[in-house]
Design a protein around this ligand. Structure first.
Ligand code: ADP
Length: 502
């Protein structure tokens, strides 16, 4: 603040000094112009002539004394003036015999040495000379001097040179300058105080939101991520900064939330098989008597351990995908050939489930894709469709090409998905409540569709689902056709998981 005031004061004083100097030179120039005009007029009205038979010269003023304009001009000229010969002797008036020297000039004083030098110089270059002088009271005058040649009936050509000096007081100018300085000196402290206060308020206004941002940032911790900084609705850079900051916190909050949810889900999912294993082992230890009972307990425990390791494997894949270690191996892949192979493989499980599995595939269709992940994607969709379609139903896998993309459609005539569950089916560990999957958790981990979503995203594709409960479900995956698409995997990965048997 102090440095701001100091800079402001220096600027104010600097501006004042500059302005004062400018004012001074403008005014002095004006006085010079006036003196120039007076000089020209003087040459018209003044004649220095030799007094017959004396060898002496006297000055005569020729002007119309009846004409008020001419009279004023001559009186103005004669306010501050002197006429001398080249040695500095004052010339007399031809009529009045008085010295051609005004009282004001008398007060300033004549300087014969200067007169001689001026006459010499003027004879050489005939240029006007200006200098500043002061009278006895210190009043400043600007003097213009030069030579005027004597003329007359008694001389041939022109006579000897005479020194003429006209002056004009700079006093009025000085007064203006003094007033300016006084006013400005009065204004400076006021302007300084006002400027400092306004600057203080403005700086405070500009800095308050910045401080708020800083304070809000300090308040934010892992447990307080819902905090937002209010924008000022000014639409300026600061609002943009606040908005960006808020968005950053939002993303942080979302990923914190995701992590929390994830660990809750994981511990819940792990607890179920662990409790089951514990139960089986307790049965074996405390109640089983026959070898058969022991074997059954062991068998059940093994099954649960299998499920546990599936979950762990899926989670490992998930963390790999999240940290970007699961890079896609993309190549020009014939999706139709891959789909045909998978439909063949799924014929047996479909038959076992009493579901008719058909395919509608062109001969070839190419996309830039990772074979392993595409197999996993189709496998997950097909096994879901078969799993959630009751005996007698149908599952159809079709692939269509066009508009620079390849569509993979898996449609079934199964139980469908309730509308309220649709937004969640891609969430980790989500199983539609009341569905076969939820009541028989060993049928699935609830991770398959999350992984499907990740594969689609990593291929820069999209996935849509439409479903009518009781009638069936259709998943449509769109992938960029061969040659289009990203080579790197998205860093924001939803989830990666493996389905049982995939
Ligand atoms: P899961 O391992 O349980 O199959 P998914 O993530 O693959 O996990 O699917 C999530 C849930 O979405 C399933 O549990 C099921 O409730 C529902 N779902 C998925 N596909 C279908 C389908 N074709 N028909 C009906 N419900 C489905």
């Amino acid at each position: 603040m102090a440095s701001y005031a100091l800079v402001f004061a220096v600027v104010l004083i600097g501006v004042a000094a500059l302005f004062r100097q400018r004012l001074d030179s403008v005014q002095t120039n004006e006085v010079r112009d006036t003196l120039g005009q007076e000089w020209a007029a003087m040459k018209g009205y003044l004649q220095i002539e030799r007094i017959p038979d004396t060898g002496k010269y006297a000055a005569s003023w020729y002007y119309d004394k009846e004409d008020p304009d001419e009279t004023t001009i001559v009186l103005d000229i004669k306010k501050t003036y002197v006429i001398t010969d080249a040695d500095g002797n004052i010339v007399l008036n031809a009529t009045t015999k008085e010295q051609e020297l005004s009282t004001e000039y008398e007060d300033i004083g004549i300087d014969p040495a200067y007169i001689r030098a001026t006459v010499r110089a003027a004879l050489a270059d005939n240029k006007p000379r200006f200098r500043e002088r002061r009278d006895s009271s210190g009043e400043r005058y600007l003097m213009r001097s030069g030579i005027v040649y004597a003329v007359g009936k008694y001389d041939k050509g022109h006579g000897p040179p005479f020194y003429v000096s006209l002056g004009a007081p700079l006093g009025p100018n000085q007064r203006v300058l003094r007033e300016f300085t006084l006013v400005y000196l009065g204004i400076i402290p006021v302007a300084l105080i006002l400027g400092s206060v306004v600057g203080w308020v403005m700086a405070g206004r500009a800095l308050t939101p910045v401080l708020e941002v800083a304070q809000a940032a300090q308040r934010i911790s892992g447990s307080n991520l819902s905090l937002r900084i209010p924008t000022r609705r000014a639409g300026d850079e600061l609002d943009y900064l606040i908005l960006t900051f808020n968005r950053m916190i939002e993303r942080l909050e979302a990923s914190f939330q995701q992590m929390k949810q994830f660990s809750t889900d994981v511990s819940h999912e792990l607890r179920t098989p662990i409790t089951a294993i514990r139960g089986q082992l307790e049965v074996a230890l405390f109640t089983a008597q026959t070898t058969e009972q022991y074997r059954e307990a062991m068998f059940n425990a093994l099954q649960d351990i299998d499920r546990l390791s599936q979950i762990v494997r899926a989670l490992l894949l998930l963390s790999q995908a999240e940290s970007g270690q699961l890079a896609l191996q993309k190549s020009r892949l014939d999706l139709c050939a891959a789909a045909r192979d998978l439909v063949d493989q799924f014929q047996i499980p479909a038959e076992e489930a009493g579901v008719r599995l058909t395919a509608d595939l062109p001969e070839h269709c190419f996309a830039l894709a990772d074979r392993v992940q595409i197999d996993r994607l189709i496998t997950n969709l097909l096994s879901n469709a078969i799993k959630f379609t009751p005996t007698g139903g149908q599952v159809r896998l079709s692939v269509q090409e066009g508009d620079g993309e390849v569509k993979i459609i898996v449609a079934d005539t199964g139980q469908g998905i309730p509308t309220e569950s649709l937004p969640h089916i891609f969430d980790r560990f989500y199983r539609v409540p009341g569905s076969g999957a939820a009541t028989a958790p060993e049928q699935g981990l609830g991770l398959g569709l999350s992984f499907v979503a990740w594969i689609v995203k990593a291929h820069k594709g999209t996935i849509d689902v439409s479903s009518t409960p009781g009638e069936g479900t259709q998943f449509t995956v769109k992938l960029p056709a061969s040659g289009v698409g990203a080579d790197t995997m998205e860093s924001v990965v939803q989830v990666a998981g493996l389905r049982a048997g995939a």
